[in-house]
Each structure stands twice: as structure tokens, then as C-alpha cells.
Design a protein around this ligand. Structure first.
Ligand code: GLU
Length: 547
């Protein structure tokens, strides 16, 4: 059979460049030895999940710790699953977590020399390589209908055989030249299939960069490489793209491991040196004592939007993922407190070979620790970012007064103090702690433990004595005097000696003030709070809080 003629009949397009031309157009990258070229290759479905971030972080680390390149390729061959704005959403979501691409779809970069980065825009390239395979006898047209394929599957299932299009079941493998041209003349739709050279009798060992040596069976399936509309399948497109984009390391989910023999065969017949493959284990969670895969349906925390909306500190999510990716990261962090996580020597071969456990409680702890380490200015930026997207109208208004917020943050985070506050894991928790600093969100719970006269005596007395310029000590001395005049012991020791003689100690009197000013019996340093609120507002609160 004249295979060149057949290739032209199946894939006309005279304007197609020969594959050698593409090899020249996309030459080997000029990078240092050992530099990794990695990619994230999502389908633009609009759902960007933790697994994507997990892979992206591994990709990004591998590329950037070796002086390589990390690029974004959009695998949009399935038009039905495409969602508008999905590509921007991938870029935005990953950027939020500090992960940036060096090149690729929608990335403004002088490095963009290996595109187009959308598979839909690469039809000519796939056709050129598919044509080459037909010419060399590695691919052929298949005219089988869906019904015929169903019938084949049924027979195979009945015979307890592997299902698929292979060996004797691959009917169209042996169509005569005459039959093929007749079908084409009759305009019968066809797909292009790989003519597999493999046999299930043969096994080979392959080295996965994460899982190590894996022995697999050769592929013998004549998989579809071009669908009837000329669109490539994932198998074919990713092989061509990873080759022409000069990818050195493919990091992808372990669900692809079973297709690996197909992929390696495709690289072989295409004459490519395959990239190295690293199959990441699935993210798991504990559920009622059992470990199971995170599921889109059951676990909101699978979606990346969840972390943005819930207001986790982005670097905390990344650091937590680093501990899941490389179990020695935690130890490194302990030895290098305050160091940027990017200084850690990430190693793909240190990734877990099976089920990586993702634990929200642990993430909460990491987030609390990270937030407790940042400056009040970084904290403002972080909270303000969240407020702008998810805050209430009141939050948005409050955050316009940056200086005021910073002074509150300094206090509630314990900046400069002996102990930093360590119980804020998410933006909203921090923001709600500030509500009493604003009259419109101040909702006091006036739960005094003393009678009306005592409460009013403390509040009136302190309002009269209070001067916003007082330092901490003067403020406290005034409180002691007011407390004493209302029947409290000015010194705790006095009270302890003779509790019967007093209504309580000075700290009980302070509680009355605290409830009046902050609305609750627990708060950070009250003198500082009143200083932040200002004299007028503080005194007004004392007056309003009387019984
Ligand atoms: N488009 C594939 C997916 O979203 C990419 C797999 C790969 O990284 O090669 O699962």
C-alpha cells in the first residue's frame, strides 16, 4: 500500500510542515545541565483543585531549584468541558499562593517560544506527526462505529478478555487499500489509531521519578490518536507537546500510570526521547478512621477557592503542602527558622510513593504559626486582600483606615510583646477580633457580675479620672483609686488576705471597665485599647455601659 498517498488522503492539509521543521522551530532549550523543564497542563474546566496546586508546587520547585522553566499548557481538546475564564482562574489561583509560570498560555513572557500553548491551536502540528505515523505504518484509519465497538467490548467481556481495540479485535488494522478508499469515498467517518507494536507477553521495567522502578506490561492497544473531527486524544497530544516543548519531567497524578505503556510506545514510534515521568500519589484524608481520596463531591477543601474564601494565609497552605510533598521539610524548617521555603532543597524522589495525607487540622496549625510570625503590615495586606473580596461592607469601610487597623493589629497580634498571639488561622477570625474597635460593629454583651451601684460607681469614677495621655502606670493607679472607692481592694494581695472585706479585687473592677469598653470580660491590654479608641470614644463607651 502506498502509505504516503494514504496519509495524504486521510489528513490532506498540503500546507502542513513536515515534522523535521517543527524540530527546528522548537529546538532543544538552551539551559544548564540538570535544569528541569516542567509544566502544568490542566483542562480548562474552571475547577482548580488542591491536586493541581500540589503538582504545580512540585513542578515549580523542580524547575526553579534547577534553573529550569515551568510553563502552563492548556489541554483544551475537550470543547464540552471548557469554561470561560478558566485559564485566568488557574493563573490567578496559583499566583495567590505565590506560584508563577515562566512561560505559557496567557503568560506575558519573552520565553514564549514553544507555543501555541493551547492544544486547540496546535492542530497542524498534531496532524503533521499523525501523518508521519501513517506514512511509516504506525497508524491507520479505523471506520468502526460506536455499535461495532460496543459489540467488540461485549464479546471480550463474555470471554473474560481485556477490553479494547487490539490484536484480532482490531478489525480495521487489516483493511484492504480498496476498502479504505471506498470508505473514504463514501465519507464514512474515521479515527486514526496507533498500530501498536507491543505485546502483552512482554514486560518491561520503567523508572518513575517518584515511585521508583515499576514493571509494566507492554501496550498492545491500538489507541485512538486523532478523533473523527481531527482533534487529538490526550495520549497523542501530550506526547507531541511534551516533546516539542522540550519538557524534561512530567509530574502528573497517578491515575495516568496505567496509560504509561501507551505513552512510552507513542514516544517510541514518534521517534522521541520520552521525558521522565513522576506520578504523584493521590491526596487522601482521614474519614471516620479510614483513609480515602479527597473527593470533589464530598470535600469542599479539595477546591482551591476554599482556601482563598476561608482566608488561610497563602504561604501557610504552601508550607503545609511542602510538608506533604517532602517529609523532611518540617525538620528543615525547625533547623532554619524564618528561612524562605524556597531555600529548601526540594527533591522529587523524596515524595511519598503512596497516598499523601492531607489534614485540615494540621493546616490550621501551620496557618496559626505563620500568621503569628508576620509583621502587622504584612498582616494588614493579607487581611485587606480577603476583606476586599469576601468581607462585609462594614469590614471594607473599616479597612480604609490603614493606620487605625495597623495599631489594632499591633495590639491583638502581640507585636513587640513577649508573646505573639497564636490562635488565628484564617483571615476572618482576625477580622472578627477587631469588631469592637468600631462603633458600628461593637455589639457588647454586658454581663456584669456586680450590682448596678457598683458598676455605675466604677464607670463614673473612671470616666471622671481618665485622661487619654496617661501612661500605663498612671492609668492603672487611677483604676486602683476608683476600685477602692467602689469597695474593691486596690491590691490583689490585700484582697487575698481578707476577701470578706471587699467586693472583689482591682482585677474585678477592671472587668467592669473591660466589659464597658470592649463588650467582653476578656481582651488584650485595656489601657492600650482605650488609647487606640481615643479619649472621646472611650469615655462615651463608659457612659453608655451604665446600668
Ligand atoms: N490534562 C491532564 C489533566 O488535567 C493533564 C495530565 C498531565 O499533566 O499530563 O489531568
Amino acid at each position: 500500500m502506498d502509505l504516503k498517498k494514504l496519509a495524504n488522503a486521510l489528513i490532506p492539509g498540503d500546507g502542513l510542515l513536515p515534522p523535521e521543521k517543527y524540530e527546528e522551530l522548537f529546538p532543544a532549550r538552551n539551559l544548564e545541565k540538570g535544569a528541569e523543564v516542567t509544566r502544568l497542563a490542566p483542562s480548562p474546566t474552571g475547577f482548580i483543585h488542591l491536586g493541581n496546586l500540589y503538582s504545580a508546587l512540585a513542578d515549580e520547585r523542580c524547575a526553579h531549584t534547577t534553573g529550569g522553566v515551568f510553563y502552563l499548557r492548556i489541554e483544551d481538546t475537550d470543547e464540552k468541558r471548557k469554561v470561560d475564564g478558566a485559564v485566568e482562574s488557574v493563573i490567578r489561583s496559583l499566583k495567590y499562593f505565590g506560584i508563577k509560570f515562566d512561560e505559557g498560555a496567557e503568560i506575558d513572557s519573552p520565553l514564549n517560544k514553544y507555543g501555541p500553548y493551547y492544544q486547540r491551536r496546535r492542530a497542524d502540528i498534531y496532524h503533521a506527526y499523525a501523518k508521519k505515523l501513517i506514512e511509516e505504518g504506525y497508524a491507520y484509519p479505523c471506520f468502526c462505529t460506536a455499535e461495532e465497538l460496543d459489540a467488540i467490548r461485549e464479546t471480550q467481556t463474555e470471554n473474560k478478555q481485556t477490553t479494547g481495540y487490539y490484536g484480532a479485535y482490531a478489525k480495521c488494522r487489516n483493511l484492504s487499500e480498496e476498502q479504505i478508499y471506498k470508505n473514504l469515498a463514501d465519507k464514512i467517518p474515521f479515527v486514526i489509531r496507533l498500530k501498536s507494536q507491543g505485546s502483552i507477553e512482554n514486560k518491561f521495567t520503567f523508572r518513575d521519578s517518584i515511585k521508583g522502578d515499576i514493571t509494566v506490561t507492554e501496550n498492545d492497544q491500538d489507541v485512538v490518536i486523532l478523533k473523527s473531527d481531527g482533534i487529538p486524544t490526550y495520549h497523542f497530544a501530550h506526547a507531541v507537546d511534551d516533546h516539542l516543548m522540550r519538557t524534561t519531567l512530567v509530574i502528573r497524578g497517578e491515575e495516568w500510570l496505567s496509560s504509561l505503556p501507551v505513552h512510552l510506545e507513542l514516544h517510541k514510534v514518534l521517534g522521541f526521547k520520552p521525558p521522565r515521568y513522576a506520578h504523584t500519589s493521590s491526596l487522601m484524608k482521614m474519614d471516620g478512621g479510614n483513609k480515602r481520596k479527597l473527593s470533589k463531591r464530598k470535600d469542599p477543601e479539595l477546591s482551591l477557592d476554599y482556601y482563598r474564601e476561608a482566608g488561610y494565609y497563602p504561604e501557610a497552605v504552601i508550607k503545609y503542602l511542602m510538608t506533604v510533598l517532602n517529609s523532611n521539610f518540617e525538620e528543615w524548617e525547625l533547623k532554619n527558622p524564618g528561612a524562605d521555603y524556597r531555600e529548601f532543597k526540594f527533591r522529587i524522589d523524596k515524595m511519598g510513593k503512596s497516598g499523601a495525607l492531607f489534614d485540615l487540622d494540621k493546616l490550621n496549625d501551620v496557618s496559626k504559626t505563620e500568621i503569628s510570625k508576620i509583621s502587622e503590615y504584612d498582616c494588614y495586606d493579607f487581611l485587606n486582600g480577603w476583606v476586599n473580596e469576601f468581607g462585609t461592607a462594614a469590614d471594607k469601610e473599616h479597612f480604609k483606615d490603614k493606620e487605625y487597623i495597623i495599631s489594632i493589629l499591633r495590639l491583638i497580634m502581640g507585636v513587640g510583646g513577649k508573646k505573639r498571639r497564636k490562635d488565628i488561622a484564617r483571615a476572618e477570625q482576625g477580622i472578627r477580633l477587631m469588631d469592637y474597635f468600631f462603633d458600628d460593629t461593637f455589639t457588647p454583651d454586658r454581663n456584669y457580675r456586680f450590682d448596678k451601684d457598683t458598676v455605675n460607681c466604677v464607670l463614673d469614677g473612671f470616666a471622671a479620672a481618665y485622661d487619654p495621655v496617661d501612661d500605663n502606670q498612671t492609668w492603672f493607679n487611677k483604676l486602683k483609686a476608683v476600685a477602692a472607692s467602689a469597695g474593691f481592694a486596690a491590691e490583689t494581695s490585700e484582697y487575698k488576705k481578707n476577701p470578706e472585706a471587699f467586693k472583689g479585687s482591682v482585677s474585678d473592677a477592671a472587668e467592669i471597665l473591660r466589659i464597658a469598653v470592649t463588650g467582653s470580660a476578656n481582651s488584650p491590654d485595656l489601657c492600650t485599647i482605650m488609647g487606640i479608641l481615643g479619649g472621646q470614644r472611650s469615655v462615651a463607651r463608659l457612659a453608655n455601659a451604665k446600668l
